[in-house]
Design a protein around this ligand. Sequence first.
Ligand SMILES: *[C@@H]1O[C@H](CO)[C@@H](O)[C@H](O)[C@H]1NC(C)=O
Ligand SMILES: *[C@@H]1O[C@H](CO)[C@@H](O)[C@H](O)[C@H]1NC(C)=O
Ligand SMILES: *[C@@H]1O[C@H](CO)[C@@H](O)[C@H](O)[C@H]1NC(C)=O
Ligand SMILES: *[C@@H]1O[C@H](CO)[C@@H](O)[C@H](O)[C@H]1NC(C)=O
Ligand SMILES: *[C@@H]1O[C@H](CO)[C@@H](O)[C@H](O)[C@H]1NC(C)=O
Ligand SMILES: *[C@@H]1O[C@H](CO)[C@@H](O)[C@H](O)[C@H]1NC(C)=O
Length: 818
Amino acid sequence: MANYNLFILFLSLTFFITTTTSSRLLTPSPSSQIQRLPYTPGPIHTNGQNFTKVCDPARFTIIGLRMEDFAYCNGSLPYSVRVKDLIGRMTISEKFKNLNDLAPGAPRIGLPHYNWWSEALHGVASSQNGTFFGDIVKGATVFPTPILTAASFNAPLWNTIGKVVSTEARAMYNLGHAGLTFWSPNINVARDPRWGRTLETPGEDPYVTGLYAVNYVRGLQDVEGSVTVQDPNTRSLKVAACCKHYTAYDLDSWMKGMIVRQEYDARVTEQDMVETFNRPFETCVREGDSSSIMCSFNKVNGVPVCADARLMSQTFRKEWNLHGYIVADCDSVEVIAERQRWLHDSPEAAIAETLKAGLDLDCGWGPFHFYQDYGESAIRQGRIRETDVDNALTNLYTVLMRLGFFDGNEKFQNLGLPDICSKKHTDLSAEAARQGTVLLKNINNKILPFDSNKFKNIALIGPHANATEAMRGNYAGDPCNYITPLEAFQAEVQVDVQKGCSTVACTDVDLNPVIDAVKNADASVLFFGLDLSEEREEFDKNGLQLPAGQVEIIKKAAEASKGPVVLVIMSGTCVDLSFAEKNPKIGAILWVGYPGEQGGRAIADVVFGRYNPAGRLPLTWYNSDYVDQLPMTSMQLRPNDQLGYPGRTYKFYNGPLQYPFGHGLSYTTFNYTLKSSTTSISTTLSPLQSCKQLTLKPKVTPPPCPAINIDESLCTDNINFTVIVTNTGKLDGDHVLLVYSKPPLMVDDAPIKQLVGFQRVFVKAGQSLEVKFSLNACKALGLVEKTAYKVLPSGEHTIVVGDGHSAASFPVTVNFKH
Ligand SMILES: *[C@@H]1O[C@H](CO)[C@@H](O)[C@H](O)[C@H]1NC(C)=O
Ligand SMILES: *[C@@H]1O[C@H](CO)[C@@H](O)[C@H](O)[C@H]1NC(C)=O
Ligand SMILES: *[C@@H]1O[C@H](CO)[C@@H](O)[C@H](O)[C@H]1NC(C)=O
Ligand SMILES: *[C@@H]1O[C@H](CO)[C@@H](O)[C@H](O)[C@H]1NC(C)=O
Ligand SMILES: *[C@@H]1O[C@H](CO)[C@@H](O)[C@H](O)[C@H]1NC(C)=O
Ligand SMILES: *[C@@H]1O[C@H](CO)[C@@H](O)[C@H](O)[C@H]1NC(C)=O
């Protein structure tokens, strides 16, 4: 605590310094005077006519060119040759102009403009005119925000959503309402419960986040029949995804803007980098084959990420083998030069650093477009080679070739309006919301579900009782149609709706109508929580408490209710519900994230028992005093005893909390029996393979070979086992099996446990199901040492299925022999 106060003092000082040095940031750069072209997104517009592909002979004719003269349009040549031809025709000026997200093309050689910036975080979203809604396309399916979809712990569902989103995206592209390159998903690990963008992410666990990335990215990108090809740089793409924001970015604007993402220097150990911050990105690139990565604003250990060749080209181009392009968060290049003043950079120096580090595309919006404006002078000053520019363009145009921008793609050319907002798609959005919903509390397992024959008259209370916009979250499009909680409940029972206060800030509490409503109703459902006014991009939370007015209404309404009371919470992060958890009048609590356009329908399905909830928290729900124990700027995951920081996420924090990671109840009950298991793994090391040290507990004698380096090992061993899940209750339902590993007892400084597998299954009441797991031993039992080696320790590990009293476990012993 004392250290924390010192920290605040330090913050105030830093604030003073940064505000003075960054005051010039608002000075517009000379580029703001530059004339911007009127951009229309989507298929190719040329002289008032629209084309579905660049390489259409008629298109060339109307601009007075002959397509045959341009080898980049010759479909019988490989992409690499075509791209080389295209770039070879461009002047230096044309080259730099096309390294911006609003790329003007080069009409002289038949290259049209292209807007690189589209978004599809949880449905096609509006973005800087790259994607927009209006006359023709009124809306697109808005899925729940990723934090709720992640709570389903259903990887195939994540993939299906990605497929549906890319179908709608491709249809919107055909209609001129979207691009082909989408800067989604957001896969930063949600390290701190205050982070305003947590709702956009799959939560705090790097394994879950990585798997979410792989499934969503493959759903967006993969084209059936061309998933595996010899050269991944020719692999056809449905749309291009982008894993963002690389890396160690999970702080936006904290303490009323004293610490902001553009100036923040994340101090991160190599161990945390490998184990936590970079891991989802590695999975996204290696297993998802994402065609793009976005680098973040912040610095890592003093160096701006977008200018760090070691973090950028060396890591994901060379080490992870990215097939695609790297884009900067908008406007990182300007931020490096003008706000961070890194190395006292001039614009030209900032361009040289980022381009050489591997940054291909400068998202420069508003007045800032550094690559376009200062690129040529950077060449004149001798700071960059033209080859650096050619390499960036090669990465960009290869992706556009793969997308069919030049040649079209027959598979998708017939998609149109009927493929957007279809019933199948909105039903899937409702299904995702049902699957994500987490039942946090249900006294004696019987307050919920409600019997609509018994409860004919229900009071709906709270600012979210008729939620629309709030259910959509951020990075969303216009919805097909909202189904609000009020509409969904009204469809089957009599309702009395009383919001109690008009906004989630809840500063205008009006209690009397609430009390009247709950006194007269057979049951009460209270809709509270947060929305984008309380947590969002560029706005982190200060604490975990709900606004005071909300707490007052919830308590008074619960006390006055005639019938049972259910509390429904919308939020992207944990909020302090301890008062509600211990209140016996509040019989049940549901967490519904931000459930998307069909949210009301999903909530009613769960409340009335048409759907048995099985979602699990993808975040640890800490007590509210947790945030007093460590600053948001402490990046370290492990506890810091010297500073009194308690550790972060279920992997390293074992203090008191509200609900653990993975918490989620059901209307039925399940038990497990482990049927078969691998109990030992014996690996023969190659003659020259060395053993690695392990951090061991004090006084432990190290075994002869404590661990091996995973990157030097074949890692062919699997841990195979079967879990028999029995539904021991009276209702059918889904169940999520969470599988964790725990390291051998002798190991110090390791995670308490780590999630290594999960499956969501459906089990009928009274029946059993056999669920098989096959886990790669290196992945499931591996640890990241202080040295940042990924190691497989020898000794007795434990595999644990589930949490709490229903958990089942078995040991797995690892030995090495030469
Ligand atoms: C081309 O597309 C634009 C924008 O969508 C539209 O306004 C215009 O009418 C279209 N032109 C033709 C000839 O279809
Ligand atoms: C396209 O390239 C192939 C292979 O080099 C060549 O045979 C053909 O003549 C080219 N087509 C045109 C229209 O130039
Ligand atoms: C986006 O479109 C709006 C309205 O059509 C226009 O006012 C704005 O300038 C456009 N923005 C960009 C970046 O093109
Ligand atoms: C509920 O929301 C819908 C959609 O915004 C609106 O039409 C309706 O008037 C609202 N009803 C109440 C009681 O606020
Ligand atoms: C699980 O429940 C079934 C049915 O009630 C029972 O037969 C079985 O013994 C239970 N298994 C465990 C491991 O508790
Ligand atoms: C474990 O399961 C995998 C995948 O089903 C299989 O390939 C492997 O042979 C199994 N290993 C053992 C030891 O049973």
